[in-house]
Design a protein around this ligand. Structure first.
Ligand code: PLP
Length: 368
């Protein structure tokens, strides 16, 4: 049996009539960027997350970058971020001119909140909390630190659409929540897309200005902005994705529950679930020694897997200039060497799930 790591088309096929109808509607509307679909999506997404405002932008990276810009983060400032984050989180920081300061993750792949304080200096302006794979950081402790040191709190929710900590959705805890709607995300569009959510009207209007060249009134530019607008096609199609989000989260949860229940292998460490959280499963990330051999073993059984991510930002060539030595963030580096995401997608059949479970269970260290 051949098992892909992800299948993007299945969610579309479930409601293809609705998607196709919307696509034609947008084509025939004669208005293609920042229009009524975007306004409607912004309202519906803010409602879903539980914030007052949502502002659509071009992608998840811009959501982070523009959120930090709206907060006034710039050169000379430091932004604390977990070291096992995706590269976009770090690029979002360095694009503002600020310096990323890395903190190690805890056993739930989230920032280790007990290690934030030791990294705070008089230059620290903000915490960028990245909720990876659908797990939530310990927001009680994160909020405590943010309050104590008067830091801005930005959440990167590109992998946590629908994730809750104590019944409150990620993205609604901090000053700004940042989302990506890249096709492979839990709420994914059919092209690039992103958004920020916030309860602060001032931040929302600043991002609205920044996303459109820095002009509130057309051709009158107050600040140097960027072009990062959400288009009508994506917004219209994302409204349909959003309408069915609970069905798709339920399906993802079912698959991950059977992985959690039925995978039994001493060589494999299963993901842990933090108390008081609802995990909106984005990736099912296991850990194992000799990870590359395990990936080859799966490949030989025709199971595709992905590594999120093999090289942590501080060891990437792009960030060599930060001069952070290999070995200085051991938990992060250990994750990068041992992690692997099992196949997880809408429409994955019980047979496909059982095949993956059996193949994983039969694995013995040393097998290829
Ligand atoms: C995907 C992702 C981003 C970037 O989103 P894009 O839409 O690809 O720019 C940022 N942060 C995290 C955690 C992501 O997974």
């Amino acid at each position: 049996m051949k098992i892909p790591a992800n299948v993007l088309k299945n969610e579309f096929l479930l409601h293809s009539v609705e998607y196709e109808k919307k696509a034609i509607e947008v084509l025939r509307s004669g208005w293609y960027v920042l229009g009524r679909e975007v306004i409607a999506f912004e309202e519906e997404f803010a409602n879903y997350i539980g914030t007052k405002n949502c502002v659509g932008v071009g992608n998840g990276l811009d959501a982070i970058y523009l959120a930090l810009r709206a907060l006034g983060i710039s050169k000379g400032d430091e932004v604390i971020v977990q070291a096992n984050a995706y590269i976009a989180c770090v690029i979002g920081i360095t694009q503002t001119g600020a310096t990323p300061v890395f903190v190690e993750p805890d056993e739930y792949f989230s920032i280790d909140a007990s290690k934030i304080e030791e990294k705070i200096t008089n230059k620290t302006k903000a915490l960028l909390i990245v909720h990876l794979y659908g797990h939530s950081a310990d927001m009680d402790r994160v909020l405590e630190v943010a309050k104590k040191y008067n830091l801005f709190l930005v959440e990167d929710c590109a992998q946590s659409h629908g994730t809750c900590f104590k019944n409150k959705k990620t993205g609604s805890f901090g000053d700004v929540g940042c989302f990506s709607f890249y096709p492979s995300k839990t709420i994914g569009g059919f092209g690039d897309g992103g958004a920020i959510v916030t309860n602060d009207d001032d931040i929302a209007s600043k991002v609205k200005v920044l996303r459109n060249y820095g002009s509130e009134k057309r051709y009158y530019n107050e600040v140097v902005g960027v072009n990062s607008r959400l288009d009508e096609m994506q917004a219209g199609l994302l409204r349909i994705k959003l309408k069915y989000v609970n069905d798709s989260l339920m399906q993802r949860q079912k698959i991950c529950e059977s992985y959690l229940k039925e995978i039994e292998n001493n060589a494999i460490i299963l993901p842990k679930i933090r108390e008081d959280t609802y995990v909106a499963w984005h990736q099912f990330v296991i850990r194992t020694n000799s990870r590359d051999a395990f990936a080859d073993y799966l490949k030989n059984k025709e199971i595709d897997s992905i590594i999120h991510y093999p090289i942590p930002p501080h060891l990437s060539k792009a960030y060599e200039y930060l001069k952070i030595k290999q070995g200085s963030l051991p938990a992060t580096e250990n994750y990068a060497n041992t992690m692997l995401s099992l196949p997880l997608y809408i429409g994955m059949t019980t047979e496909e799930q059982n095949y993956v479970i059996n193949v994983v269970n039969q694995y013995k260290q040393g097998d290829v």
